[in-house]
Design a protein around this ligand. Structure first.
Ligand SMILES: [Zn+2]
Length: 97
């Protein structure tokens, strides 16, 4: 079950249980980004995942305009890029023909 940000913050303020996860910088960010809870949690959980929709899998740029998104399926997984150049670079990095 997901924790709400208030619960996370409460833990930080009281027990400091997640001290290792939330660095001083991360804590500042949590407080700045109060209005995007859902997105932020998804981002934190998916941060290690290359195939995240909404971001270029190669350079990490936000994909704001659906018309400009390069969508393709690699190794059975949908991935999104900001341009064909990034698609080619990504395939190169991952050694996908
Ligand atoms: Zn890109």
């Amino acid at each position: 079950m997901k924790k709400t940000k208030d619960q996370k913050r409460l833990e930080m303020d009281t027990g400091e249980k997640e001290e290792t996860v939330y660095t001083a910088t991360g804590r500042e960010k949590l407080e700045e980004d109060d209005e995007i809870d859902t997105w932020e949690e998804g981002f934190m959980e998916g941060a290690e995942d290359d195939g995240e929709q909404g971001k270029c899998a190669n350079c990490g740029a936000a994909l704001l305009d659906p018309d400009d998104v390069v969508e393709t399926k690699l190794k059975g997984k949908m991935v999104w890029f900001c341009s064909n150049k990034c698609l080619e670079e990504y395939k190169d990095k991952k050694k996908i023909p």
